[in-house]
Design a protein around this ligand. Structure first.
Ligand SMILES: [Zn+2]
Length: 90
């Protein structure tokens, strides 16, 4: 009589080499541990997240001169049109 393995979720007797419980469908306990361990390693997403934040900060800093140029162009255009309109109503 070989040793029987019980499902950690529902307690049903599982097939010796079964990866999933044939009663409730839950993965084997060791596989469940692997899944939990992998979900813990999702903390590594902190690294790409920080690189994304750094990239966005760099992009924001790089966009400051572009915004200044756009503001200067906007001021010049509005000054041109305001002088043009003042010329009409003179
Ligand atoms: Zn089960």
């Amino acid at each position: 009589m070989e040793e029987q393995k019980k499902c950690s979720a529902c307690g049903a007797i599982m097939v010796q080499d079964g990866k999933y419980c044939n009663h409730c469908g839950k993965p084997d306990g060791s596989i469940q541990y692997l899944l939990n361990h992998q979900s813990v390693s999702v903390v590594d997403i902190k690294m790409p997240f920080m690189s994304i934040v750094t990239f966005m900060v760099k992009a924001a800093i790089a966009s400051i001169p572009a915004i200044i140029i756009l503001v200067i162009i906007g001021v010049m255009v509005s000054a041109f049109f305001s002088s043009f309109l003042l010329g009409i109503f003179k």
